[in-house]
Design a protein around this ligand. Structure first.
Ligand code: UDP
Ligand code: MG
Length: 480
């Protein structure tokens, strides 16, 4: 006996209201069939707690497995993931909203036992909206003429596939998946029966008119090249008609001479032909778009977690500090040395700025006042350069306000050294200022780094109104 006889695949997108009831009903029915089974839920990026419910279900029942997507990828992708997950000899596809009644499962399994590889449960359209019902049946009737495969009205995704049918479906590599067409394309012995349509047990349908329209276009384009052929036929017919018209016009001219040309008919022909050309281009564009899409060979979905590889819920936003690794201390030191070197190089530029202002100003104002003026100018330049070059951080108003405050110590310390050098040692004013500047540099570096980067890696809370975004080092992870 196979390990698992029946797998039930259930795509779920925001089905938290109904998933519990569905699971209870399904598990009860499956248990009554006396077959070994598993239920494979696929959470298609739900945002309403469905994933949590599936995780709980699978933790409490070994026959429940699930795969959860990183975002909503659509029902087709969810079905594909479910088919890949399923390990049973037969796989039943069902919606989670109880519109596919679990009570029908024994009947489906009985038909499988009779040897059918595909068993389709078709719903009638009782209770469906008039517009949707009319559009759907019209669509399927038209598609009957158009498509290279048979797609039956009401035959949705509520069906059973034998293992070899599932393998056939999984062997199709296309990205653009239109399962109704794929199920029909793989062939095998197929049987269907009709059941009374039921309404959703809870929640809302995820298919609006627009989705349905796109789904319809997918159906036409995915399974045939007839629209392209139709374009060729239309073009050919029009060409022949135009040729006939040209012959008629020439004959008219030969028999009756050239009268006032009938530009109305000309204009009509131009407009009609432009319309047909545009339509044809659209059809070709659809196919080219699909070729492009297929050529990218993107996966159909991205998995967030599965029952087998369940991961803990995301931790609250962490500081960007990486865990201490061997050599982290050395790397930090090396970075500090690099920063200090750059800071010092910028310091030369600033010193030049400072000296230029100081040397010019101390001719007219007291040298200490000139020092303050030169310092102030160089502080602005140094703030901008150290933010963007030394610490690779976007300058912010908050850091800008802090920067001169932190530099106050440098200003005072530098000033004190300058005073001592000039008054006690009798040094030249300019040379004394240079020496004081060099001596006070390490202190300035530490204070400047603190001013620019403090709080730069705080959690990304929205900034209060009127505040610039907080600085975030572009490539440094532990700036202070
Ligand atoms: N579904 C899904 N992803 C989607 C939309 C729907 O997995 O993007 C699932 C949904 O949870 C349900 C099934 O597909 O189990 C059918 O969806 P719905 O009932 O909304 O469609 P309707 O019955 O109205 O055609
Ligand atoms: Mg439904």
């Amino acid at each position: 006996m196979a390990e698992c006889q029946v797998s039930v695949v259930v795509p779920c997108f925001n089905e938290s209201e109904v998933i519990g009831a569905f699971h209870t009903a399904l598990a009860e029915v499956l248990a009554s069939t006396r077959r070994t089974f598993e239920i494979c839920y696929v959470d298609d990026g739900s945002r309403d707690g469905t994933r949590g419910q599936l995780s709980t279900l699978s933790a409490s029942d070994g026959r429940v497995r699930y795969t959860s997507f990183s975002r909503n990828f659509g029902k087709e992708a969810a079905l594909l993931a479910g088919l890949r997950m399923a390990r049973g000899d037969a796989v039943i596809l069902m919606d989670a909203d109880l519109q596919h009644p679990p009570e029908l499962v024994p009947r489906i399994l009985e038909l499988r036992r009779q040897g059918f590889d595909q068993v389709i449960a078709r719903r009638d359209r009782v209770g469906e909206g008039l517009l949707r019902s009319a559009l759907s049946s019209g669509y399927y009737r038209a598609m009957g003429h158009f498509m290279d495969v048979d797609v039956v009205d009401g035959a949705g995704d509520f069906r059973l596939l034998s293992r070899r049918a599932v393998d056939g479906v999984l062997a199709l590599p296309e990205s653009n998946r239109f399962s109704k067409g794929i199920f029909s394309w793989i062939g095998f012995d197929t049987v269907s029966f009709t059941y009374r349509n039921v309404q959703r047990a809870a929640g809302t349908s995820k298919w609006g008119i627009r989705n349905l329209l796109n789904y319809g276009i997918d159906g036409v384009i995915s399974f045939n090249s007839r629209p392209l052929r139709l374009a060729i036929h239309t073009g050919l017919t029009l060409f022949l008609a135009a040729l006939g018209y040209a012959v008629w016009v020439i004959l008219q001219a030969a028999l009756h001479g050239v009268g006032v040309p009938g530009y109305t008919s000309l204009l009509t022909a131009v407009v009609a032909l432009s319309g047909i050309q545009l339509m044809t281009l659209g059809v070709i564009g659809e196919y080219v778009g699909r070729i492009y899409h297929e050529a990218k060979r993107r996966p159909h979905y991205v998995v967030r977690e599965t029952s087998e590889t369940r991961v803990a819920p995301p931790a609250p936003p962490q500081e960007e500090t990486p865990p201490a690794a061997p050599g982290t201390g050395e790397r930090r030191k090396a970075r500090t040395v690099r920063q200090f070197a750059v800071f010092s190089a910028i310091g030369f530029v600033n010193t030049a700025v400072y000296l230029a202002v100081y040397a010019t100003a101390n001719r007219w104002i007291p040298y200490l006042a000139a020092h303050v003026l030169g310092y102030t100018v160089s502080v602005v330049v140094s703030f901008l350069l150290n933010s963007s070059v030394t610490l690779r951080t976007r300058p912010t108003w908050r850091a800008f306000v802090r920067y001169p405050l932190s530099s106050l110590a440098g200003l005072v310390g530098g000033g004190a050294l300058l005073f001592l050098a000039v008054e006690l040692l009798g040094m030249d004013k300019n040379i004394a200022a240079l020496a004081a500047g060099v001596l006070v540099t390490p202190l300035s570096f530490l204070l400047a780094r603190w001013a620019i980067t403090a709080g730069a890696v705080a959690p990304r809370a929205p900034a209060p109104a009127g505040e610039l975004p907080r600085a975030r080092p572009a490539d440094e992870s532990d700036p202070a």
